[in-house]
Design a protein around this ligand. Structure first.
Ligand code: ASP
Length: 138
């Protein structure tokens, strides 16, 4: 039930992303959200990052949010964390795009930003133990 997104980096630096969702509560019949749309809710490219989004999909589609993170990295040379922060907090939040994303880059850096009150999330790497959280990190 709900959104299940995953991003992964293998030992060779290959990146992958996947997003599954039931959509928004009370959505219109036949609505298609951002989750299956490459570049909007899901994106992966070995040269930049892998992204999986959750939230009000109409805004993630308008912002082409997942691809925008990759573009900020590729064209402006930003770090994964800074690119994610700009998309989630500076671009999506002001127009009502509530939600967040999970991200990993080719070096294995992770980012899990959200502008909603919480986001169910977890990480696991070869160097760090399982981490899970819902609300803001303390
Ligand atoms: N982003 C999804 C949609 O708009 C909802 C979600 O699973 O977060 O359909």
């Amino acid at each position: 039930m709900g959104t299940v997104g995953a991003v992964a980096r293998d030992r060779h630096g290959n990146l992958a992303a996947a997003t599954s969702t039931g959509g928004m509560t009370n959505k219109r019949y036949s609505r298609i959200g951002d989750s299956p749309i490459i570049g909007a809710g899901t994106f992966a490219d070995n040269t930049t990052c892998a992204i999986s989004c959750t939230g009000s999909g109409e805004y993630f589609m308008r912002a082409v949010a997942a691809y925008d993170v990759a573009c900020l990295m590729e064209y402006r040379g930003l770090s994964l964390a800074e690119a994610c922060r700009i998309v989630v907090h500076d671009k999506l939040a002001p127009v009502g795009g509530e939600g967040g994303l999970i991200a990993v880059d080719g070096a294995g850096n992770l980012a899990l930003p959200f502008n909603s009150s919480g986001m169910y999330r977890g990480t696991f790497t070869s160097e760090s133990p399982l981490f899970t959280a819902i609300y803001e990190d303390k």
